[in-house]
Design a protein around this ligand. Sequence first.
Ligand code: MGP
Length: 199
Amino acid sequence: MAEAAVEETGTAVTEAVAEGKQAPRLERQWTFWLDNQSKPKQGAAWGSSLRKVYTFDTVQEFWCLYDQIFKPSKFPANADFHLFKTGVEPKWEDPECANGGKWTVTSSRKANLDTMWLETLMALIGEQFDEVDEICGVVASVRQRQDKLALWTKTATNEATQMSIGRKWKEIIDVTDKISYSFHDDARKERSAKVRYNV
Ligand code: MGP
């Protein structure tokens, strides 16, 4: 889907929701972001194509957005999708993420990525994690070789909390293979950050 179409759909969702009855509010606001690097500009800095797409706080808006835009399998390789708490930017530089890290799960089947992504989105907006203050958001990365999903959390050094989140996430996305946690701080220093925890 072209960027312009994403924008148009966002406007249509706003109008549809405005016309509708008062929808029940979610516990908090969430923001979808998109980084479409399928046609990267030469020499462009990381993040130059990262854009905030839509902020919502009702289930109604969530389903409109998910159905019409945010199915990772619809996108070409090298697109990243994000759902983050509103106010937190999906960057290591954000104060909420700066001392954080991420649990990562890989998927070699497109359909699988869509399913895990949707299960994770529903768990986040439905506040299913006990350590809710520790969650920053989730990123789906569409890649030629292997798609990825990463759950970003706030305090990387808090091993007990991260392990608990990792276990819960595996249940939610129905994964039995080991998943691994890396620190953003390590990723800043070297291209492939070492694994700090496994669950
Ligand atoms: P990545 O996309 O997190 O790694 O970072 P991945 O997914 O293993 O690689 P990919 O090739 O499949 O995308 C890739 C590179 O992007 C990093 O080495 C950084 O140079 C840059 N980068 C990624 N993130 C998330 C950030 C960020 O938050 N801030 C900055 N400054 N650079 C980043």
